[in-house]
Design a protein around this ligand. Sequence first.
Ligand code: UD1
Length: 430
Amino acid sequence: MEQYAIKGGNPLVGEVEIGGAKNAALPILAASVMTDDTVYIDNMPDVRDTNVLIKAMQEIGVSIERTGRHSVKINAGQINNLVVENESIKKIRAGYYLLGAMLGKYKHAEVALPGGCDIGCRAIDQHIKGFKALGAEVVIENGLIKTRAERLVGTHIYMDCVSVGATINVMMAATLAEGKTIIENAAKEPHVVDAANFLNSMGANIKGAGTDVIRIKGVAKLHGTEYTVIPDQIEAGTFMFAAAVTKGDVTVKNVIPKHLESISAKLIEIGCEIEESDDCMRVVASKPLKHTHVKTLPYPGFPTDMQPQITVALAIAGGTSIVTDTIFENRFKYVDELIRMGANIKVEGTTAIIEGIKRFSGANLFAPDLRAGAALVLAGLSAEDFTTVDDIHYIARGYEDFHLKLQSLGAQIELVSSERDLQKFKLKIS
Ligand code: UD1
């Protein structure tokens, strides 16, 4: 059983290169089945979720070659199966992007119902509503979402809630529909824009991505392309908060500062200094952290995927803070772990009330999901004594070389797989 062993207390200092955005890479991978031509994608993160999707796509006949650690060459001209029910696809959420992509191209797709992190009810009704509005039939049977259409016809779709997944999925299907589609109340996240830019680079006609109205003129066919995935806003934000909680000085490189505005605004509020340049952000945390209030919201609001990381920082900030997650209703499970480290946090529904403590004490922790897992590692890095974090397979879903990047900033963290390794780590650093 692999776990992270951490000795807290070192301020993280230095520069760290941020990889491609997982949540952009996933729909882009899926969308690459929409052409028979070859597609080249760069800045593809080497994380578990992208690798699971790649494997599932290979199993239905898509040729995918990693030409480098972060570049893939994809050709979907020989797809031989429109049913995706690979065991591991059930564990990731983004498998559902193959529905929109294959429905658009083949007018038929069947994909295992999505899994993903257990952070609350994660409905897919808006995806289904969008496909049906375009003229598809959708049924859920034998654990599969099955969708089929004689033809797809562009239409006007109003999303009842702001959903990244539904916006991208419906946008993909509408790209190859006949006529014009308008998606209202669309998600505006950078990865929605990236997926639209990728489709446009293949010959799609999508306008308005990044606003809440997306207009798509259907085209008959898409062609090959070369594309670079945007940097990962959440990986960058996680390292920025790693600087904050360890009183460090970290520069995240290869980022788009605009995508990090809500994160850097909160870091400034809690007492950090931020220096911004073209594609770097430096976070200096030389003063004690201060309390604040946070509400997660769809982009450009503060991202729900950064909620656990800011809660960790506020748990060791002076004063009372309130964090509300308006996106997912069960995203505070990790708080029990922080309480075992001495945190003073009370969760009421979707709100956490935090009384800052001076410092966490080390403990043996379990990662309950991807982002909370990363946040617990941050807590361990700022804690007194040793911390272990188990179930780190969740973290591997979305962070590439997480502990290696932290080590390069001076963190005392190691991946251990036995009690013996753990004892060795403790001896080495004591
Ligand atoms: C995506 C991200 C996830 C991130 C989330 C919010 C991927 C693979 N995942 O998830 O990391 O935490 O955006 O930024 O990109 N909803 C419905 N009906 C639907 C769809 C969504 O009610 O059909 C609700 C959800 O229950 C949730 C909210 O809308 O409350 C947001 O969900 P959504 O934006 O779809 O999140 P995901 O696409 O699942």
